[in-house]
Design a protein around this ligand. Structure first.
Ligand SMILES: [Zn+2]
Ligand SMILES: [Zn+2]
Length: 98
């Protein structure tokens, strides 16, 4: 007995899955909210000279900042959240936040 035409079914693996790993190097929004405190800039007495290194703007009265407890650097919430979703470290000193 002889086998005739052997069926070759090569499954095309989806290589785009590999790129999903890259996004997991940052923090999830949930994780950011859980581990990092927020500070309201209603009273600028202690933060009068604070500027956000992500957008290079001053953090003004009435804005909300996020504070990295390990290195004590402060940024706008929107700025640091966007950054941390891609890099799990401080934009200034590269201290790991988690
Ligand atoms: Zn900013
Ligand atoms: Zn820092």
């Amino acid at each position: 007995m002889q086998m005739s035409a052997v069926e070759t079914s090569i499954s095309n693996d989806d290589f785009s899955d590999i790129f999903d790993i890259e996004t997991s190097s940052g923090l999830s929004q949930d994780c950011i909210k859980r581990i990092l405190p927020i500070c309201n800039f209603n009273d600028t007495t202690c933060y009068s000279d604070t500027s956000c290194t992500v957008c290079l703007q001053k953090i003004k009265n009435g804005q909300v900042g996020r504070w990295l407890p390990k290195c004590k650097h402060i940024f706008h919430v929107e700025c640091i959240d966007g950054w941390l979703m891609r890099h799990p470290s401080c934009p200034i000193c590269r201290t790991h936040v988690s």
